[in-house]
Write a protein that binds this ligand. Structure first.
Ligand code: FAD
Ligand code: SIN
Length: 532
């Protein structure tokens, strides 16, 4: 099948849907999404969306918190843009029908999370993402200018490379003409030609064995842009959420929202003793990188697999009212959080880097935009402040539409693009090989490229990854195209980029912590409280 659209959108999370709804005012939009449209990280977002709503909060405070969390590697201009444009984007969400919780006086009930100096997180119970995804998807389905192709896996972007023109990462005019998309229902590869394309494929948490990310988070967009010779950056900054539910038989790991700590829950070691005072004066509400490393250190000292989050002292009715999702999930595995501590462990949660974009969401490839978790705007620096990512998606999808819509009438389709040239002919007889490669990859990344890194560990990771990469490329070339092989191939590419960028960063900064480059106020993985 060959199709022509004005705006191609790859992904149906908050970044893709919020862009599509606005782009539809200027032309035909086609959203391709690899599973059911609602399946996305967005759907699982719990804590909420950060924005300055009332005094005593201010833009200055939100900006400062974002910069502190990001260990000053943020782009300050992007931070200012995001935070000052936040109220307008939130207002639009509310106008679309998203409901954020209010308190008895009718004001928005703002929550607090790690690294925030004020209560500023708008939320819908502990299921904010579900509410946002539901409304955005409903509005997109109602829109006549938007077509949603579910169960369609985007394999690669189309550039002049497909016309036989060689390009490299320094070529000034690489142009995106659309994408090759695998229709999972008929196994055909469609050619979708587009005037502009938005990459909104989300994160890559499945590069690790333990992650809060849903199965769709396989870094496809990041890998595709790399193959198309776009520029990526800051991939070494992988955020581990300090508190995912310790329940080893379950994938993905269920998140225990940081808002629960903002509500008063306290981290405790395996013996039920508080320990965060050893690491940071902000205790359980220190920024995520610090809390995750503190937990990692405690687990290494104790040799245990998990520690605890204690919410037993909090008012029972309020706890259940504000955190119905966490309460129900824990109860389903036999833990009543009003009486028992919650076993928790850190899990890979968010990739701060990705496809390099400018303030209008433009990638380094012409007519290709990126937004959401797959993009690197410069907002997060070396560590994302909690609940800033849903916000970032809204702000930069909006900006990308402004930019793309101004140019859409000047852009021509490239009719000469050939259809997909299928090389592989072998039906994959041994799916188990792909599954094993995925497990190996996740083992390598978890063991050698985790919360605490070293030069030796990173080298071990790249040596082992080389073998996996060679094997998978061979398999990819000779097999008939199926989604699983493409995903593993993409994850291996993402892992390779994480390791390479981690090796290049000769310092400990934000989420990238190496014992070879201790920070001034830290010794190895043990931290000082500067006030001790
Ligand atoms: P996603 O929502 O992940 O959507 C990606 C879309 O791309 C999906 O539809 C997927 O199917 C599609 N896709 C991927 N690859 C392909 C392909 N090859 N072809 C076609 N389609 C493809 N952030 C906050 O700000 N606040 C929170 O409270 C919060 N809580 C979180 C809780 C959890 C459990 C998780 C996992 C994340 C949380 N985050 C939170 C982070 C935030 O949810 C994500 O960063 C954000 O939702 C990403 O949105 P997105 O649109 O970029 O990607
Ligand atoms: C959470 O609710 O703890 C997740 C918030 C986030 O990842 O921004």
């Amino acid at each position: 099948m060959r199709k022509y659209v004005d705006f191609l959108v790859i992904g149906s999370g908050i970044a893709g849907l919020s862009y599509a709804l606005k782009a539809a005012k200027f032309g035909k939009v086609c959203i391709v999404t690899k599973g059911k449209a609602e399946e996305s990280a967005t759907k699982y977002a719990q804590g909420g969306i950060a924005a300055v709503t009332y005094t005593p909060d201010s833009y200055e405070k939100h900006i400062k918190d974002t910069l502190i969390a990001g260990d000053d590697l943020n782009d300050e201009n992007i931070v200012k843009i995001t935070i000052t444009e936040a109220p307008e984007r939130i207002k639009e969400l509310i106008e679309l029908g998203v409901e954020f919780d209010k308190n008895e006086s009718g004001k928005y009930d703002l929550a607090k999370e790690g690294g925030h100096s004020e209560f500023r997180v708008l939320h819908h119970k502990d299921q904010t993402g579900l509410e946002i995804e539901r409304i955005l998807l409903t509005r997109a389905r109602e829109n006549e200018n938007i077509e949603i192709l579910e169960n369609h896996f985007t394999v690669d972007l189309i550039t002049q490379h497909h016309l036989g023109v060689e390009v490299n990462r320094r070529s000034p005019y690489i142009t995106c003409y659309g994408a090759y998309v695998l229709n999972n229902e008929n196994r055909q590869i469609d050619t979708i030609l587009a005037k502009t394309t938005l990459m909104a494929t989300g994160g890559a948490g499945n590069v690790y064995a333990t992650t809060t990310n849903p199965a769709i988070a396989t870094g496809d967009g990041i890998a595709m842009v790399h193959r198309a010779k776009g520029i990526l950056e800051k991939m070494e900054f992988i955020q581990f959420h300090p508190t995912s539910l310790y329940h080893p038989s379950e994938k993905p790991s269920f998140l225990i929202t940081e808002a629960l700590r903002g509500f008063g829950a306290v981290l405790k070691d395996i013996h039920g003793n508080e320990f965060m005072h050893k690491y940071d004066t902000r205790l359980s509400l220190a920024p995520r990188d610090i809390v995750a490393r503190a937990i990692d250190n405690e687990l290494k000292i104790s040799g245990e697999d998990h520690l605890y989050l204690d919410a037993r002292h909090l008012p029972k009715d309020e706890l259940i009212h504000h955190f119905p999702g966490v309460y129900a999930k824990c109860l389903s595995i036999g833990i009543d959080i009003t009486h028992e501590m919650i076993p928790v462990v850190p899990a890979a949660h968010y990739i701060c880097g990705g496809i390099k974009v400018n303030e209008w969401g433009e990638s380094t490839i012409q007519n290709l935009y990126a937004s959401g978790e797959c993009a690197s705007t410069g907002l997060h620096g070396a560590n994302r402040l909690a609940s800033n990512s849903l916000l970032e998606s809204l702000v930069f999808s909006h900006r990308a539409v402004i930019h793309a819509s101004e140019r859409i009438n000047e852009i021509e389709y490239c009719h000469e693009i050939p259809d997909w040239n299928a090389e592989g002919t072998v039906m994959n007889e041994e799916m188990v090989l792909i599954t094993q490669s995925l497990k190996e990859l996740q083992g390598i990344m978890t063991n050698y490229v985790g919360i605490v890194r070293s030069n030796l560990r990173l080298q071990r990771a790249s040596d082992r990854l080389d073998i996996l990469n060679r094997e998978t490329e061979l398999l990819y070339k000779r097999s008939i195209l199926i989604e699983k092989i493409c995903e593993v191939r993409n994850l291996i590419k993402v892992a390779d980029l994480i390791i390479r960028m981690a090796k290049e960063r000769k310092e400990s900064r934000g989420l990238h912590f190496s014992i070879d480059y201790p920070k001034a106020n830290e010794i190895g993985t043990i931290y000082f409280n500067p006030e001790d």
